[in-house]
Design a protein around this ligand. Structure first.
Ligand code: RRO
Length: 301
């Protein structure tokens, strides 16, 4: 059975990717699954300097999903390189590193530092964090700011460049053309959805920032529609994600044309979910008498 997929010049041994923010820097999730069985792991978003993130509570479960307000917490690129890179060096899977900055210059500086590290296969630009005022989804609301950001990061690195989009996209056609023109090589679709919870006893918002990012099964059909629409708009390969909990969920995204799938919230429910999802995809291919995963990508259009 051939499970390998290509995303432009990037080849993955299979289409199952761990989504950023749900698997730490790799070492945290490693005891619970064999990372080498997966297509790629995406490290939590790194910034130039360590960042504390938001006050608690940071997570809140709802009936069909999870809200988070982590607020971009991370140890910063230098500590990541010292403490976590050695572990990642020994892995036999693709390593994607999500990055963010408060300014274009900060994104560029992080990209430069990571560009020098051979082990890192791709950078994923986070332009869709729902939980900060600046440097997050604001790039999606301002096409010219997005153009400058992607163009400047493109100049700073020869790494495979992924851009992670979120639901706050304004004009999708305009955004996609900008990303193509500025040298993005793949899209991750989608980040979490801006959402809210009120604590009726306290008569206040659950989260300090009021709004938080909704992920999990609640957003799967929304994310699927975003992926379907974007596949129809661009030749850029798409890593589909949003509420993928089972192999069937993952297959839906592949069938509408995603070339890989991100497993995120499921990792927080059962950290070995991605392996189960991969096994389920294999079982489906066997049952359908298909030898090549390519034969199902984009079959439902
Ligand atoms: O850290 C977060 O609160 C966060 C980020 Br950067 C993101 O991109 N998506 C999300 O749901 N949470």
């Amino acid at each position: 059975m051939n499970l390998s997929v290509t995303l432009g010049r990037m080849t993955l041994k299979n289409p199952v990717v761990l989504a950023s923010g749900t698997c730490g820097y790799g070492r945290e999730i490693a005891p619970y699954l064999d990372l080498n069985t997966l297509g790629a792991i995406t490290v939590k978003g790194l910034s130039l300097f360590p960042w504390e993130g938001n006050p608690p509570p940071r997570l809140f479960e709802v009936r069909a999903g999870l809200l988070n307000s982590i607020g971009l917490e991370n140890k910063g690129v230098e500590r990541f390189l010292q403490e976590d890179l050695p572990f990642l060096e020994a892995l036999d899977t693709r390593v994607f590193v999500n990055i963010w900055g408060k300014t274009v210059e900060e994104y560029v500086a992080v990209a430069r530092k990571l560009d020098a590290i051979e082990r890192i296969d791709a950078l994923e630009l986070n332009v869709s964090c729902p939980n900060v005022e600046k440097g997050g989804a604001s790039f999606l609301l301002d096409p010219e700011a997005l153009r400058e950001l992607v163009g400047r990061v493109r100049e700073a690195t020869g790494k495979f460049l992924i851009v992670k989009l979120g639901p706050k996209l304004q004009d999708w056609e305009v955004t996609v053309r900008i990303l193509e023109e500025e040298g993005a090589e793949a899209l991750s679709v989608t980040n979490s959805f801006p959402a809210m919870v009120v604590d009726v006893e306290r008569m206040d918002f659950v989260f300090a920032m009021k709004s938080a990012g909704l992920s999990g099964p609640a957003i799967k059909p929304l994310a699927l529609k975003m992926v379907y629409d974007l596949v129809g708009m661009t030749e850029l390969p798409i890593i589909g994600m949003g509420g993928i909990m089972t192999a069937e969920d993952a297959l839906e995204f592949l069938l509408v044309g995603a070339r890989a799938v991100g497993v995120g919230t499921a990792n927080l429910v059962a950290p070995s979910s991605a392996v189960d999802i991969l096994e389920g995809i294999k079982a489906y291919l066997l049952r359908k008498d298909m030898e090549n995963i390519e034969d199902l990508i984009g079959r439902v259009r």
